[in-house]
Design a protein around this ligand. Structure first.
Ligand code: SF4
Length: 73
């Protein structure tokens, strides 16, 4: 299953946590706000959930193939 990641840029505080921990998943745009590089895979899901939990802006949301939000619990 592939997953779609969304960064709510109005919540991103440019901490760089996600970008430095997972440069294959996140990058900075020209305003140094994080954005996803591409869709992510099942193997990356655990990393992604950890990053979303630890995002200081609570800016990261993960969706499954059906568009449902993945719980961070
Ligand atoms: S961890 Fe959160 S606040 Fe920090 S750069 Fe990534 S999306 Fe932005």
């Amino acid at each position: 299953m592939n997953y779609r990641v969304e960064v709510k840029k109005n919540l991103c505080i440019s901490s760089a946590k996600c970008v430095s921990d997972a440069p294959k998943i996140f990058k900075f745009d020209q305003d140094e706000l994080a954005e996803p590089v591409s869709e992510t895979t099942q193997e990356q899901l655990a990393v992604l959930i950890r990053l979303a939990r630890n995002c200081p802006g609570e800016a990261i949301t993960i969706y499954d193939e059906n568009g449902s939000v993945i719980s961070l619990e």
